[in-house]
Structure formats: C-alpha cells, structure tokens
Design a protein around this ligand. Sequence first.
Ligand code: AMP
Length: 504
Amino acid sequence: MNKNFFNKILESAIQAGAKPFLVNQSGEEYSYNDLLEITARFAENLRLLGVQPGDRVAAQIHKSQQGFFLYLATLRAGAIFVPLNTAYKAREIEYFLSDSKPAVIFCSEASANDNQKAIEAHVKFGSAIFDEAGHCALLSTEVACESEAAPVERTSSDVAIIIYTSGTTGQPKGAMLTHDNLASNGQSLTDGWKFTSSDVLLHALPIFHAHGLFISTHCVLLSQSKMIFLEKFDANKVLEKLPESTVMMGVPTFYTRLLSTPGFDRDVTRSVRLFISGSAPLLEESSQQFLERTGHVILERYGMTESAIITSNPYDKERKIGSVGLPIKGVEVRVTAEDGSVATIGEVGGIEIKGPAVMKGYWNKPEKTAEEFTGDGWFKTGDLGRLDDEGYLYIVGRGKDLVISGGYNVYPKEVELVIDTVPGVKESAVIGVPHPDFGEAVVAVVVLDAPTEQISETVISFCKEDLASYKVPKAVKVVDELPRNAMGKVVKAQLRTDNAELFK
Ligand code: AMP
C-alpha cells in the first residue's frame, strides 16, 4: 500500500472540497480544491524538470502560500523536501548543498547569485527562482495533470523531509523524517489538541523549521480546518487576526511580545480555544502573566527536529505551568541517570525517547546517528529533565549547557529561574566559562527592564539565598539583549565564546 503521507492529505482535501484551507495576509483565499489543483501542477512540473522519487528538493524562500504548496508538491512527487533558513549565508548554504546534493534549489534571485558556485557544484538542475511575490515560473507552467491523482508510491520508512538542526551547538545535521514520522505525529497531535473542521489556526511561524512547516499545518490539513497564514510574526497583525482564530501556535517570544502589546487582553482572545507554545522554554512568569491577562493557560509542548513533538500538556486535564507535559500518543519517554540506570522520580537525567515520531537518522552521518541512539534503540535527545510522580516532564536544560563547576553539576535553568525573580531583571542566561580554579565558573548574563543599581550584588544575593553556593554565579554580565537564533533559542555557544576570557 502507498504510504506516501500526501495520501492522507489527499483524502482529507477531497472530502473538504471547496472549504477554505488557507487565507493569506492580503486576504486571498485558497480552498482544499485549490490545494489539490496547485500541488498536482507543481508536482508535475517537478517531474518534468527531472526530479525523481527520493531526490532532494531544497528551498530557501520567504514564507508564502506557494512556498508551502511547494512543500506539499514535493511530498506528492515522492521527493524529499529540504527547507533552508532564509538567514543562512553563502558559507552555510555551501555546506547544506554539498551535504544534501539536491536536484533543484528554489530560492530568490539574490540568493541564486550569492550561491552560484555552490549551486553549480552540487545542484543537478540548478536554481529555480521564487520572486518577491512568491511566484515561481517553473512551478506555475500549465501542464496536463489530474488534481485528484494519487501521489508517487512511497513506503512508510522512505524519507519525506530532511531538516538541518538549528545548530546552536556544533555542526548542523540533517534529520531524516519519514512518511511514517509525519503520519503518526500529525495524527496524534490532531487528536490530542482536538482539531476539528471548524478550527482556524493563526500561523505566524517561519516555514523553514519543523514547527511552522508541518507540526502546525498537518493538524489543519488532517482536520480539514483553515489557517490564517501571516508572512511573519507581527504583534499588531496577530492582534488583528486573533478574533477570527480558534488556535494559535507560537514560540515563547510570540507570547512575551503579545504581552507587551497594548490591547492584548481577554476580549481580543475571546474566540481562541487554545494557545500552544514550544521550540524553546516558556518562562513560568510569562505563563502566569498570560493567564492573568487572558484567562488562558498556554499549553506547552516539547519537540525537536529529530522527532517533531515528544510531549505535550494535556488538552483536557491539568496543564502544569513549567512542565512540557506527558508523552504524546505513540511516544515513550524515559529519563536516564548518569550511570545509565532509569532515573527515579524527580531525579535529573538525560531525556530519551522511542516511538514512531523518532527520525530515521542523520543524512549521510551513520556514525553520528549510531552515537545518538542507545543500544536498546532509544534516541538521546541531549536534553536534561525530570519526571514527576504523574509522569509530567520538566526540562532542566540542554546536556551540553550543563556547567560543571568544581566537580559539581549545575543546571543553568535552575539558576536562571532564581535570577529571573530579581526585580529589574527581564531575562537571563546562565553559562559555564573556563576558570583556573573551578574548571568552569557559573556566569549569569542578564537583560534588564531598566537600569538598576548594584544589579550584580542583588543577583548574587538572591542566588545565595536560594541555591547551593557552587551554583551561585561568579560573575554577572549585563547585556542589551541575548543572542537568539531564528527560532528564538538563546545561542549559549556565542555567550560562552564572548565570555571565554573572563577569568584568564
Ligand atoms: P529544534 O530542533 O530547533 O526544534 O530544537 C529542539 C530543542 O528545543 C529541544 O531539544 C529542546 O532543547 C528545545 N525545546 C523545544 N521545546 C521546548 C520547550 N517547550 N521547553 C524547553 N525547551 C524546548
């Protein structure tokens, strides 16, 4: 049987027919029938170009409905979609193209020029241009095709997408997600978050990342609902569209920005049934403020490129603020202590996962893939966490962020939570930097709400009050803002580099 995930989309779209699927920022509406017709045409044009099943189709394009239809058409054609962040520069693109060896890259004219050499060297059919308006001549050519035609035959373990990990640590790796990964995760989330055909999703995420590309959109497609597709996150635009929406998915920065936007209140969120947050930690304080302002408890979930969604707070049962919830249907989660044994309740250890959501492996990197799986087949997420007595997971930090000071392990999150309660502190990031005596010293980098006198002393005294002395920062640095990647994650590697000489 054909396991191409597009089959599920096809079934859903045929049933939904003339129902609206996507409305863009300018108010242009595309029905499910349009989706079928456009993706059939795009897929046929890919085939005519020479794209074969299993070939990679790279895309470094600005967000547009055509860009999203290109993703669906790539699945339909049985090829592998490789989304690339629009912020990547020539050196990075050269690496992604040499690693993925795509048949074609869709990009802007400027990017085609900037990356000409790499494209010539690594891309079989060269570039196809997406203009500013999201129009692509190659894809739009009129061709004979059947809008309800079945997608190209795929098995469940065939790769559908390769997404390069965002690389806040080390060199990016291409995570291979299969048709089965997409099918199982998509269905579990659609059911778990109770999507129905009357839902309207407010979509303001980029589509070069798992969250915006498929975690959010597959729920819409599988439930035959509609999405409002904004070009990017703009708090005022979101405020304008919220009254027409029933679900919003975002990264924590979306919610903190909304909280500081005048007019964001109960009234504007009255039609929304669910706010979901993920891709980076949501501060407990933001969650509390959100609850006070809107009456909504943001549903926090946890995922990663290598597996899409792993855990989610429940829709109907208690959503625990500070926790990322329970394993979603089909996913198993365990926490492993340093000695390899299963951690006891409340004990911090490495988070490991198993189940149909977990990727097939890293593209071209069998050794890296082998390193990231345990002997008994669990994927090591690299995150540290603990489970409570009801099975809810709490993330404590990235394994690589762990600071070892004087032989003691310090989990940055624990220190950050204390620092964030200091009056005047807006947010903080705790890192370890080389120290002649302790090996590593705990350093706090803080952003202030307003200039505050003697902030270092206050931060240190708050930490001394609440934390063991080895966890108390040896230095406090004030910065205007924390370095963040495109998904809003703090790039701690950069903070470590910036402060490497602090104790030398
Ligand atoms: P990415 O592959 O870019 O999606 O990044 C995945 C990483 O983001 C995970 O391994 C976590 O470290 C982090 N992450 C995702 N969701 C959450 C969350 N709700 N809370 C804390 N960290 C998160």
